[in-house]
Write a protein that binds this ligand. Structure first.
Ligand code: SF4
Length: 366
């Protein structure tokens, strides 16, 4: 059973083409992530990108700190199907090499490429090849500047204002060069500031916005912080592409990003959604064990089916009404529902098997 939620409309922006993707305005919010292996380790890097794509990543960024990384790009691009973003810091040459290799987008930090002429050479090359650029400001880069003037202003002004000021300065370089394929980002490590600064950026600029936190943390803390910040902004119609930055496997980032979009009803993936009660003193079946087994079995299913595994009759029948297939526990037995209708009562040992039979039946009928 699919629900859509009316969260209000998306903020209108320009649309920017990134490979085959359109980012901005009414285009679907794009899920992106970043590789965490050396780019010059070609086979490993391409394998990770392909795994990320299979897991729902629509745009993949990779770091190109050395010439050997950009030299690896043509072969990597040959092995993958998703648009690639080259992440460039300090060396504008890496951007030029990546553009030549055929990347779809460059992530550029004009703050660490000091010579404006070098930034303008990158802009010209992107214009020539139809490559988009993300330009962003990070909370850290504002705070850590050893610029006494900025330090003094920082005391007087809110950090968000400083970040928007800095971003405005960057944007002017692109506007002076009549470059429109621009995506903006303003990243912070705390959720409240991320919300505040992105609201300010979206109020001032009509370029698409890339949402994300910097250094969000380990997978649990980081996912909660990201869901708080990105979820709030997305619910307000702000944000056109997103990365959930988590320490560890990029697949966890991709899963978290989709979970946020799915929870808000902004995008649906062709995969099952599992609802489970937290268990309490009323639970008389091994619900946690059942949830683990059901979750594993659902990994094989590619239908957007909603499955509920509930401990008792307090909330079970209500969730069953809302799910395609549900299990509701009793004393050593369970009741199975399909499309809100009771279809079987079985012993607890048969619960998972019977539930999954009904899941398959429901998938065939979709
Ligand atoms: S559904 Fe029942 S068992 Fe599960 S948490 Fe609620 S009251 Fe407890």
């Amino acid at each position: 059973m699919e629900h859509t939620y009316n969260l209000g409309s998306r903020r209108p922006t320009r649309q920017v083409k990134v490979g085959e993707l359109q980012i901005g305005s009414d285009s679907p919010i794009v899920v992106q992530s970043m590789t965490n292996v050396f780019t010059h380790d070609i086979d490993r890097c391409a394998a990770q990108i392909n795994k990320m794509t299979e897991n729902g990543c629509e745009l993949v960024r990779l770091a190109v700190p050395r010439a050997e990384d950009t030299a690896a790009l043509p072969e990597i691009l040959r092995q993958v199907s998703v648009p690639i973003v080259a992440d460039v810091h300090f060396h504008f040459e890496r951007a030029l090499e990546a553009i030549d290799a055929g990347v779809a987008k460059i992530r550029l930090n004009p703050g660490n490429i000091k010579d404006r002429g070098e930034v303008e050479r990158v802009i010209a090359a992107c214009k020539d090849k139809g490559v988009a650029i993300r330009v962003g400001v990070n909370q850290g880069s504002v705070v850590e500047r050893r610029d006494l003037q900025v330090r003094a202003r920082e005391k007087e002004q809110d950090l968000s204002i400083l970040m928007v000021d800095k971003l405005r300065g960057y944007v002017e370089i692109f506007q002076d060069n009549h470059f429109d394929s621009l995506i903006l980002s303003a990243k912070c490590h705390d959720a409240a500031r991320c919300i505040q600064v992105n609201r300010a950026v979206s109020a001032e600029f009509d370029y698409p916005l890339h949402l994300g936190l910097t250094h969000a943390g380990d997978s649990q803390t980081g996912a909660v912080r990201s869901a708080t910040a990105l979820g709030t902004l997305l619910a307000e119609g702000i944000g056109d592409t997103m990365r959930v930055s988590l320490a560890g496997d990029p697949m966890t980032e991709i899963e978290a990003a989709w979970e946020i979009l799915n929870s808000l009803g902004l995008r649906k993936r062709r995969k099952p959604e599992l609802i489970a009660c937290p268990t309490c003193g009323r639970t008389e079946i091994d619900l946690i064990g059942m949830v683990g087994k059901v979750k594993k079995a659902l990994e094989e299913i590619k239908e957007p089916i909603k499955v509920a595994v509930m401990g008792c009759v307090v909330n079970g029948p209500g969730e069953a009404d809302d799910a395609d297939v549900a299990l509701c526990g009793g004393k050593n037995k369970v009741v199975i529902y399909r499309q809100g209708e009771k279809v079987a009562t079985v012993a607890a040992e048969k619960a998972v098997e019977t539930l999954l039979e009904q899941v398959r039946l429901s998938c065939r009928q979709k």
